[in-house]
Design a binder for this molecule. Structure first.
Ligand SMILES: C[S@@+](CC[C@H](N)C(=O)[O-])C[C@H]1O[C@@H](n2cnc3c(N)ncnc32)[C@H](O)[C@@H]1O
Length: 370
């Protein structure tokens, strides 16, 4: 794996003839070359086999009018349509966070932040939209965005941002520590062992570093308790197609050995690892049109995600579970009708987990030597 600060603005994804180091260099996107600015330059990149750029050279899979990563593992397209929905979701997450890019209050936001560097890793960066906005908002940060697929990564990026094509499930991770590791919406088949991912991420945090994990609650449809009262006094309900869809999503992902709902266990794993300030926060986004202006903006974004995204995330999953394309599309149409029915009042839950690695490890803090 190349060290941050190296590389040129070339697009990767080509097969290497000369070993992992040059592969990694080709997969590295950066606007400008710059000098290493910290202790990372002591790391010997030739010792790392982290880059898996050759995997990105697999021929892409074309199905259902979309293009998917050649590994066949990621059930979400890596084409322009997939990227458009990722960017819609980015705006939705941001709106839920009141315009912020993280739920974590990062030290770099403080006016008196005076550290020489602040290293951020964005795991499964997608179109890189979050990483780019972070790089622009915090020019003093050094950001690495990693993704198994190169196809949505932009070439022109701020000089404090680097993209690398790599499979985050591959061992070992680079011997580098980060001040913040961000993992947002990466449950589409590319990760099967969440505990290994969380453990790796935690182990690659600097003492005092933060981790943030965000996803949709995959039992998508709920009714926000605050909004159950319809004007007529009726109780809000979830539609039958939404209920069926939720059940199928669970059984189908389980049948493929995928875990789309790691949230509750992640909290426990972080506790076992010694994390502190572990917090899970849930946001309800209504799919009908609420009166409140801010909620209406979120609701509109969520509806667009459903409208443009439901076929993208589901056609491959349902196909692998033996469903025909037309039956899947029929169910998606019914779900999309129901989510817009103001009487049904479906809501989607978005969840954020944040945690901090203590400055002093728990065992050392508790030892009698202290
Ligand atoms: C739905 S997109 C989300 C992108 C971005 N995190 C965001 O929130 O805008 C999920 C991304 O995770 C990437 N991904 C999934 N599994 C991965 C893996 N094992 N290693 C690296 N990237 C992975 C996919 O290629 C895809 O770009």
């Amino acid at each position: 794996m190349p060290s941050e600060g190296e590389g040129t603005a070339t697009k990767g994804g080509k097969e290497s003839e000369s070993g992992p180091t040059s592969e990694a260099k080709r997969s590295h996107h950066k606007a400008d070359e710059q000098e290493e600015d910290d202790d990372d330059n002591s790391l010997d990149e030739t010792l790392s086999n982290f880059s898996s750029v050759s995997e990105d050279s697999l021929p892409p899979i074309h199905a259902f009018g979309f293009t998917f990563h050649g590994s066949g593992r990621i059930l979400w397209p890596n084409d322009a349509a997939g990227g458009r929905v990722m960017d819609l979701q980015h705006n939705l997450w941001k709106s839920c966070l009141g315009g912020n890019l993280t739920d974590t209050r990062l030290p770099i936001e403080k006016p008196d932040f005076a550290e020489p560097s602040f290293h951020i890793l964005d795991v499964g960066t997608g179109t890189g939209i979050w990483a780019i906005e972070m790089a622009l908002r915090y020019p003093q940060a050094t950001i690495l965005g990693m993704d198994i697929s190169s196809s949505l990564l932009p070439k022109d990026v701020p000089s404090n941002l680097t993209f690398e094509v790599a499979d985050i499930t591959e061992e070992p991770w680079p011997p580098r520590l980060y001040d913040f590791i961000h993992m947002r919406n990466i449950c589409q088949g590319g990760i099967t062992d969440w505990q290994a991912l969380i453990t790796n991420a935690y182990n690659h945090l600097r003492p005092g570093g933060h981790l943030e994990f965000t996803l949709y609650k995959p039992r998508f449809f709920g009714v926000d308790p605050a909004q159950t009262d319809l004007p007529s006094g009726e109780l809000a309900e979830i539609g039958p197609a939404c209920r069926l869809y939720e059940t199928l999503l669970t059984t189908m992902t389980e049948a493929l050995g995928l875990d789309y709902d790691p949230m509750s266990r992640i909290v426990g794993w972080l506790g076992d690892l010694g994390g502190e300030n572990i917090r899970e926060r849930t946001y309800w986004v209504p799919l009908h049109s609420p009166r409140d202006v801010v909620m209406r903006e979120r609701s509109e974004l969520m509806r667009q995600v459903f409208l443009y995204g439901m076929d993208q995330f589901n056609l491959m999953l349902f196909d692998r579970n033996g469903w025909s394309e037309s039956d899947t599309r029929d169910l998606i149409d019914q779900v999309n009708k129901e989510v817009q029915d103001p009487k049904l009042r479906s809501s989607v839950r978005l969840a954020f987990i944040t945690a901090k690695k203590p400055l002093v490890p728990r065992s050392a803090a508790g030892s009698s030597d202290d």
